[in-house]
Write a protein that binds this ligand. Structure first.
Ligand SMILES: [Zn+2]
Length: 295
């Protein structure tokens, strides 16, 4: 049995996986100081209770990781940690594998959707924007373990908002949940809108757009334009047939996916006009499934 671990800020999701199916799961609530030892201890106890034999363990981590060395997980508050030293205290002979959470999710979506050796790109639209690349069934981490950091691609020349990374005009300054709220506030005075700006969230803007609200539609148009352009650039570099759009913002559904497709076609090179850009379907399970097939 394979174990896939999807690490979040305080909640860690563990999937017990057999033949590409999550057959059992465990959620570990923890805190950063003891996160990995708590997770390992609980997995060990649970596996013993259920008589599971674990063949390998993979981790999807929200930050920068090189091999099994954790450089930095900004939202978890963990850095400079060799993960294998902790895991080996609980599982002495077990091989472990790590990647960025967006890469793990990309592989999970691909495994659930099509043939196991295919290639695909996944874009995760959450608080920020992440990306993950799978080539011939293998996650591509990159020579600097920075493959897929497309949230910081210079895309928005119009607003040129300052990004948390220090650069300006990054994709995630407009195409994330945070970006959607920022845009709604910027254009609030220009439209008749039902959006309550003091209680504005990405979901409220998207819901308004679905009902035809002019401000909601205007913001969604900017977001889709940015994503369509970003995908047209990524596609020239990686040439895959499928892009999955996941993360909380993707729950906007068809209205967002259709508009991204529309803008993609506008910006795409003629040889790659007809690729698939679709909504990710596994949701929160993608990271666990992908992490379990890193080897
Ligand atoms: Zn940035």
């Amino acid at each position: 049995m394979r174990v896939g671990v999807d690490v979040g800020g305080t909640t860690v999701k563990v999937g017990f996986i057999d033949n590409y199916e999550i057959v059992d799961r465990l959620v570990v609530e923890t805190k950063s100081e003891t996160l990995f030892s708590d997770v390992c201890r609980e997995i060990k106890e649970y596996a013993n209770k259920k008589n599971y034999k674990i063949d390998g363990m993979g981790f999807g981590l929200p930050g920068h990781v090189v091999g099994t060395f954790i450089d930095k997980l900004p939202n978890v508050g963990i850095e400079d940690l060799e993960l294998s030293t902790i895991v080996s205290k609980y599982f002495p002979d077990l091989k472990i594998y790590c990647t960025n959470d967006a890469n793990a999710a990309a592989l999970g979506e691909l495994l659930a959707d099509s043939n196991k050796k295919a290639s695909a790109y996944m874009i995760t639209l959450g608080t920020g924007v992440g990306g993950g690349l799978v080539i011939d069934g293998k996650v591509r981490d990159g020579d600097h373990s920075n493959c897929g950091e497309i949230g910081h691609m210079f895309i928005d020349y119009v607003h040129n908002y300052k990004c948390t990374c220090g650069l300006n005009g990054c994709l995630e300054t407009v195409a994330s949940a945070t970006g959607i709220v920022r845009l709604a506030k910027q254009y609030y005075d220009k439209f008749e809108t039902k959006i309550k700006i003091d209680k504005c969230s990405a979901k409220s803007v998207i819901d308004a757009a679905k009902e035809g609200d002019p401000l909601g539609l205007y913001v969604l148009d900017i977001v889709s334009d940015a994503l369509g352009r970003a995908i047209s650039v990524i596609e020239l570099a990686v040439d895959v047939d499928t892009f999955y759009i996941g993360g909380g913002v993707s729950n906007a559904g068809d209205i967002l996916i259709n508009k991204i497709n529309e803008y993609y076609k506008k910006y795409a090179h003629f040889a790659v006009k007809n690729i698939n850009i679709k909504k990710a379907k596994l949701g929160n399970d993608a990271g666990m499934l992908g992490a379990a097939y890193l080897w």
